[in-house]
Design a protein around this ligand. Sequence first.
Ligand SMILES: Nc1ncnc2c1ncn2[C@@H]1O[C@H](COP(=O)(O)OP(=O)(O)OP(=O)(O)O)[C@@H](O)[C@H]1O
Ligand SMILES: [Mg+2]
Length: 364
Amino acid sequence: MDDVARVILAIGSQEVAEEVLHLLDRSGRARVVATAADDRQLAEAVRQLEPDAVVAEPAIAAAGVGSAALLALATRESIAALRAAIGAGAQGFYVWPQERQALLGRVLALAAARRVPERRATVVAVHAARGGAGCTFVATHLAQAWGRRGTSCLVVECDPEFADLTQALGFADREVRTIADLIPVGDELTVEHLDGIKVRHDAGFDVVLGGEPSAADAVEEDLLRTIVGLAAASADVVVAHVPRQLSVFTRWCLEQSDRIVEVVSLDVLSFRAASRAIEILAPLGLDERLGLVVNRAARSEITAGDVRRVFDREPLAVVPFDGAVARLQDHGRLSPPRGRVGRAFNRLAATILETRAAGAEVAS
Ligand SMILES: Nc1ncnc2c1ncn2[C@@H]1O[C@H](COP(=O)(O)OP(=O)(O)OP(=O)(O)O)[C@@H](O)[C@H]1O
Ligand SMILES: [Mg+2]
């Protein structure tokens, strides 16, 4: 994918225009595709070339530049120029040459943004505040349910330290590609690289697996962020299997997600942990997206009714306890999709996409 920002220059002074052109060209990440001397030329160039950015004197760009980013440039700061820039819808105002680095930085950011293609997925984060409540179990079985419905689903290991997905999905004894294979690609990561390390599961979904423990430290959070961004561009549903710890990265994952599934089991410590997580996350304003899934429900002192009472919300699903699950998971196998557990996940998978669609309608 092209990660070079396409720029049109509209600067009256030939000398300044040439300096800006050289600055952008030298970066290797921006290409000046046209220069315009007046507003008519600019309008025509924008229409024909659909640039990512227009670097212009405010007076020339007064009529706006369509969907491109307008970066206003002036050789001295004046209220009139600033007003004109705001009036034209400029995203930034730069005094030349003093603020040349800031201008370059903004153009490079636009170039970087070109690398993350448009999102198409519903991103669903699965989190469990209490260890062992069933985060891995719920994430993998949701993926199975979407795979069976023919929805293209990509599960992403966002917890490369423990990488539970590898065992739970039966890849532990197999030579497979993992996130660790992307470390050398670093900043240049594209959808094609991600496609190259996706592993297909028999149940009809793809997984991006965590690597060996020795590589865990080398998997930087920025790499994971890019992976999540690219994943969202390459499947209909992305399941983010997030760490229990509410680190900056986990919070970022939750913020990126359209739906957050918080898994709780019917015991005091799980309730307490989920309540704490919800309270800690409250400032992020994610409450509308967050739904509870009760897992391992069995006859106990605490019931699903207590979930409604304590959390003041209806659980999205109640997944029953099933004595066969632990053994299956230990052997890297999923519960049969037609069994009681499988059916609960089929309903949950449908509910999650329905509520997302309803939400999207309201938003539009
Ligand atoms: N519905 C269920 N019925 C019976 N056993 C279950 C059920 N869900 C999960 N388990 C079992 O409970 C254990 C914990 O589940 P899982 O590994 O999915 O939890 P987790 O939240 O990912 O744990 P961790 O915090 O260690 O990552 C596993 O042995 C799993 O097989
Ligand atoms: Mg787990």
